[in-house]
Design a protein. Structure first.
Length: 723
């Protein structure tokens, strides 16, 4: 090491040893206090505080901090070193902090400061604080051992950092089977999103590898810290694209010291709320349909079932029918329990439409019928003759049952099904001919055919939940303090509008990438489709165009694919300055391709790398075939990932491209990149772009015969033909 770096290393090593000693002393003192198990409220609160400190210290001990910022606050004697970690750490004998929580206001300077000699400021609870930054230093600590010291700014030094060496060092690390936190490498544009105000719907367009998922997870941790008196972890929810993706991101929040946040998929959440009244049709069948090869591929315009049923137009149509049902729900007749006594229709109608108007529809029905029953009991009390009273009671109970049958107690699926078959049965008088014509006949028939088996498609879930909400209301445990929607380009406007009803104050983090919108049969094509759901003053739009995942070569190549397939591609990814091997293109098919793949797997394993490798093909059937070929070639332990998978194991995997979205691998081998499998269409360009951008360090593409027009003749130093 140079003398300056050597000196910095020794200084930080001494500081680390002192910090660990202090933390261990503090932890020992807390552990020596017997846990309080009594009923005194004050002591219970004190014990809760002690337990949180014990847990925080134990979690922080292996890696107490990751950054140092020397800041001279205006009006103070001189610069003070601030050490920043995943959690704040107090000294054992004073409230002073040895380590500052990364979410604290002053820690924002560590992320927002990118160099320069001008004064900087941050927003504290006491107002704006100004001052000068003298040093910004990144530290790598593993198991209490200082491994690396990198200065990205030093006011006293003439040598200014040209690139963020620490960031490049972290990006060059191999990945395992779990997404990790980025708290030590959060960039300024990411930090601005993380620290944005709570009561806003943030829509984040982020290119592949821009860190949008981790940004959203860190935002949850920040909101819990900053608004600790207003939000609770158990009242936050993350909607992810699949259970496997949830498993992949499962380590991030615990690493940040955050637990109890709900994590699910929209389908799982919806089916549970519907009490499993319906079943979801086999997702693999639908995926085979939408990602079929060649001429079998269906159109993905607004007539596609997912686009049609997921539109706000469909939601408004459904809302209109529910309003019409509300107006005609009460049987239009007086209730006559026995001759000479009646409860007028107008009175029943007033109870329903005025007194109980604030209640959801089925709750109103329940309230009105209960009130009629009470009225009936009071009328019976007026009858003194025993034999008449007995007769009237029996007759009145029977007529009340008949009356209730005229006022159908719908379940969401029953009502939804009736809307589609009303043209055949005329069962719902409030459905007009115009309403019947609104549904395309082919869609009507396919929905009814599935309904006979109580099967629904994913696009049916939002309408069913909307009916449920109108029928039953939204209970308090289903109102969220903050909602995260990942891969939001695959959500429909109807889905997001529904979730807005469940989310307080429009507090959302909605993130995705239109360039990866491979589920165009159900998702959005423009972020305005979602932004328009929220008031302008309570929404914000962010773009993350820097890609931190892949090498420059891979990003440049993937951008070329987009430019060839999309007439007007969204903003292209801008790579960080991290160079690697050129992207390889090779002609290989049949046995030759199988041997190439097996050789690549053997080389990967023999390299001693703990990294990950993925073989990506367009369809599930092709993946099964390639997986069998690899096993036959002696490549044991290769994982096959297919629809329904709940875990990603790392290592070597064979994956359909559409299931790889959201994941990342050190090396990627893409097969069948020919005109049949990847035509020059927007849909295929997005799919191939997803495949390419899964690779961190190495990308190889194989084709049979001729290469796809999306990659044919691509020129530049970032690509080479394999020998």
């Amino acid at each position: 090491m140079e003398s300056g770096l050597q000196s910095a290393y020794l200084e930080e090593k001494e500081r680390l040893e002192h910090t660990i000693q202090e933390m261990e002393r503090h932890l020992e003192a807390l552990q020596a206090i017997p846990p309080y198990t009594g009923h005194d409220m004050t002591e219970q609160v004190l014990e809760s505080i002690r337990e949180n400190k014990r847990r925080s210290l134990a979690q922080a001990l292996p890696e107490p901090y990751f950054g140092r910022l020397d800041f001279h606050e205006t009006g103070k004697p001189g610069p003070a070193p601030l050490y920043i970690g995943k959690s704040g750490v107090e000294k054992a004998d004073s409230p002073d902090l040895m380590v500052i929580d990364w979410r604290a206001p002053v820690a924002s300077l560590f992320y927002s400061f990118t160099g320069g000699t001008e004064a900087v400021s941050y927003d504290s609870p006491d107002g704006i604080v100004q001052g000068l930054v003298y040093l910004k230093r990144n530290l790598v600590i593993r198991k209490q051992i200082l491994q690396r010291v990198v200065d990205t700014f030093d006011r006293e030094s003439d040598a200014m950092a040209v690139t963020d060496e620490f960031l490049l060092y972290r990006l060059g690390e191999n990945k395992d089977n779990k997404l990790r936190d980025i708290v030590s490498t959060i960039q300024a544009e990411q930090d601005a999103i993380i620290r944005a105000g709570k009561n806003h719907a943030l829509v984040i367009q982020g290119v592949a590898g821009s860190g949008k998922t981790t940004v959203a997870l860190h935002r949850l941790a920040y909101l819990l810290y900053q608004y600790r008196d207003q939000v609770k972890a158990e009242k936050m929810i993350i909607f992810a694209p699949s259970r496997m993706f949830l498993d992949y991101i499962s380590g991030v929040l615990p690493e940040l010291g955050v637990g109890h946040i709900q994590q699910t998929t929209f389908s799982d959440w919806a089916l549970e709320l519907l009490n499993h009244e319906v079943k979801l049709a086999d997702p693999a069948h639908a995926l085979r349909h939408w990602f079929a090869v060649g001429e079998k591929r269906p159109a993905m315009d607004d007539t596609a079932p997912g686009r049609f049923k997921g539109s706000l137009r469909f939601m408004q149509w459904l809302d209109g029918l529910l309003n019409a049902y509300e107006l005609q729900a009460v049987p239009q007749a007086d209730f006559v329990p026995w001759d000479g006594t009646k409860l007028p229709y107008r009175t029943i109608r007033d109870w329903y439409a005025v007194e109980y108007k604030h209640e959801p529809l089925m709750k109103r029905r329940e309230r009105v019928l209960a009130r009629i029953k009470r009225w009936l009991e009071m009328e019976l009390d007026k009858v003194w003759e025993v034999h008449l009273k007995k007769d009237y009671k029996k007759r009145g109970a029977a007529r009340l049952r008949d009356y209730g049958k005229q006022w159908t107690a719908y379940l969401p699926f029953g009502f939804y099904k009736e809307l589609f078959r009303t043209a055949q049965s005329g069962a719902l008088p409030f459905v007009s001919e115009a309403d019947e014509r609104f549904i395309p006949e082919e869609l009507r028939q396919s929905t009814l055919a599935a309904a006979k088996k109580k099967l629904v498609q994913p696009e049916d879930l939002a309408p069913l939940l909307y009916i449920r909400q109108r029928f039953e209301g939204i209970h308090g445990d289903l109102r969220f303090d903050h909602t995260v929607i990942d891969e939001a380009q695959d959500f429909s406007p109807f889905q997001v509008a529904l979730l807005a009803l469940h989310t307080k104050n429009g507090s959302f983090s909605i993130l995705g990438d239109l360039s990866q919108g491979i589920h165009a049969y159900q998702g959005v094509r423009d972020w305005h489709e979602l932004l328009s759901l929220f008031p302008e003053e309570h929404r914000a739009y962010y773009t993350l165009n820097r890609s931190y995942r892949s090498t420059m070569e891979i990003i440049y190549f993937a951008n070329e694919v987009l430019k060839r397939g999309l007439a007007e591609p969204p903003a292209l990814a801008v790579p960080v300055f991290r160079s690697g091997e050129p992207v390889e293109l090779a002609q290989a098919d049949g046995p030759a391709l199988a041997e190439r793949l097996a050789e690549a797997v053997r080389d990967h394993r023999q390299s001693g790398s703990a990294g990950t490798l993925a073989v990506l093909a367009r369809t599930e059937e092709r993946c099964r075939e390639l997986h069998a070929q690899l096993l036959a070639a002696g490549c044991n332990g290769v994982n096959l990932i297919v629809p329904g998978q709940q875990q990603y194991e790392g290592g070597v995997s064979v994956v359909p491209v559409y299931m790889a979205k959201g994941l990342e691998f050190d090396s990627v081998l893409l097969v069948d990149v020919d005109p049949l499998h990847y035509a020059q269409t927007p849909q295929d360009a997005k799919l191939l772009y997803v495949g390419c951008t899964r690779a961190l360090h190495e990308l190889k593409l194989y084709y049979a015969g001729e290469p796809s027009p999306l990659i044919a003749g691509v020129q530049g130093d970032f690509v080479k033909a394999a020998q």
